[in-house]
Design a protein around this ligand. Structure first.
Ligand code: AMP
Ligand code: ZN
Length: 460
């Protein structure tokens, strides 16, 4: 069976044919590093990690290049830096914020079982490429400088009767309607009300770089141009897959396509545009004001990262997810069982029953159903399939040990109580042995007696 992927641009599932099977290329928009990542941000990380793993499985590890950027220049970063480090010069404070947040992001996504991408470019290290693209856009008549800004004109793009894509095609919007519906208080330096910023002047103290287009004042890039520059540098003018959350389709991805295709005279930027659906929490939109804003960092204090991962993959990536504690508990229990039976066995190859649904536009819910099927008749296949999906990074003992640690249960104390109970049973003091069993249960410890002796585990 071949891999088929849904493309947001053409609105259909198509067989995936890479431009070069020896160099399969994927770009995913990464985080803006100013605060802890929330559980919604974990969704593209996990979804595209599964795709990365599947592509490596199909084309070979050496033949897949996955780029996920880090946006380290942004107003939100500047605000945070000024607030958290009021005594420091802004640029130093910004470095502190982006370094800390970047480290935290890595710790979070490592715990989720996500492989590091092949390259994680930082926006501030690609200013030269951004300037180059901007100069090309001006030379081609798609962009202009005004009052120390450089603006891109979607109207100029759609007026060019060349082989360029149409502005609005990706997000399925008409430029005429956008023009008619645009806000009235458009910045005075914009020629058209849908023109968007490629470059803007920096305020005093803000990060700044020499500007393109002969602008004397130093400035900084707009958000959209960053991704066009980093994708170009690391993947070329035209590549296979571009991904991100559904909220990025407009304006971010629409503008990336416009910039890249106009600068390099391409019909397409990426051959497949993939977007994950949104995540909400207990049936509500996640927001700070509703108090249901959950960071990955907080969840990891109570749950293993792989439980978050499994819980995310229970829903197809294009559907919305309702994130609930009930479902998370179930996912953790499922993994307890899979760890117990499969973590320490020699894995077989991934089972066809798991790989086939993945090939069908990453149908992870069906792949997980297949895992449950393997549980009863093919443990080696279960182990191999779980590994393909990024699970079983620990041994069964490590998994159980962390569970004990997280629960605050003292393993030595449990062993001591079990020994006491065994002694009570030997002298037929069943009142005492029941008392100890209840005590253990109250501590969250479940015990099981068998011919070999008594085993125990943390009950979830
Ligand atoms: P941001 O830092 O807001 O640009 O988001 C980083 C990534 O997380 C982008 O791909 C977003 O589309 C994605 N994202 C943000 N919020 C959610 C959410 N609630 N559900 C799913 N994906 C999200
Ligand atoms: Zn982007």
């Amino acid at each position: 069976m071949e891999l088929r992927l849904y493309d947001t641009l053409t609105k259909e599932k198509r067989p995936f044919v890479p431009l070069d099977a020896k160099n399969v290329r994927m770009y995913v928009c990464g985080p803006t590093v100013y605060d802890f990542a929330h559980i919604g941000n974990a969704r593209p990380v996990i979804v595209f990690d599964v795709l990365f793993r599947l592509l490596r499985h199909l084309y070979g590890e050496a033949h897949v290049k996955y780029v996920r950027n880090i946006t380290d220049v942004d107003d939100k970063i500047n605000d945070r830096a000024a607030r958290d480090f009021p005594g420091l010069p802004l640029n130093e404070a910004i470095r502190k914020v982006t370094e800390q947040t970047g480290k935290q992001f890595h710790a979070d996504v490592d715990a989720l079982g996500a492989l590091r991408p092949s390259v994680e470019p930082r926006a501030t290290e690609h200013i030269a490429e951004m300037r180059e693209i901007i100069e090309r856009l001006i030379a081609g008549g798609f962009a202009y400088a005004a009052e120390d800004h450089v603006l891109f004109s979607p109207q100029a793009m759609n007026a060019a009767n060349s082989s360029l894509p149409r502005y609005g095609a990706l997000s399925n919007r008409s430029l005429d309607e956008m023009i008619a519906g645009a806000r009235v208080d458009v910045a005075p330096y914009k020629k058209g009300n849908t023109d968007f910023v490629l470059w803007k002047p920096s305020k005093p103290g803000e990060p700044s770089w020499p500007s393109p287009a002969g602008i004397k004042a130093e400035g900084r890039p707009g958000w959209h141009i960053e991704c066009s520059a980093m994708a170009w540098k690391h993947l070329g003018e035209h590549f296979d897959i571009h991904g991100g959350g559904i909220d990025l389709v407009f304006p971010h991805h629409e503008n990336e396509v416009a910039q890249t295709c106009c600068a390099f005279h391409q019909q397409r930027m990426a051959n497949y545009w993939m977007h994950n659906g949104f995540l909400q929490v207990e049936s509500e939109k996640m927001s700070k004001s509703l108090g249901n804003f959950i960071t990955i960092h907080e969840l990891l204090k109570d749950w293993p990262g792989e439980a978050l991962r499994l819980n995310m993959l229970k829903t197809h990536y294009r559907s919305p997810i309702d994130w609930t504690m009930k479902s998370l508990e179930e996912s953790a229990r499922t993994l307890d069982d899979w760890y117990r039976v499969a973590a320490d066995v020699v894995p077989g190859g991934p089972a066809a029953s798991v790989v086939e649904p993945l090939l069908d536009d990453l149908n992870t819910p069906q792949a997980i159903a297949a895992l449950h099927g393997l549980r009863s008749n093919d443990i080696a296949g279960l182990a191999g399939s779980l590994r393909l999906l990024g699970f079983l990074s620990e041994s069964a003992a490590q998994w159980e040990g962390r569970k004990q640690q997280a629960s605050g249960v003292d393993a030595k104390e449990v062993e001591r109580l079990i020994a006491e109970r065994t002694a009570a049973r030997a002298r037929k003091d069943f009142k005492e042995s029941d008392r100890i069993r209840d005590l253990l249960a109250a501590m969250g410890v479940a015990i099981k007696d068998s011919k070999e002796g008594t085993t125990w585990e943390i009950s979830r």
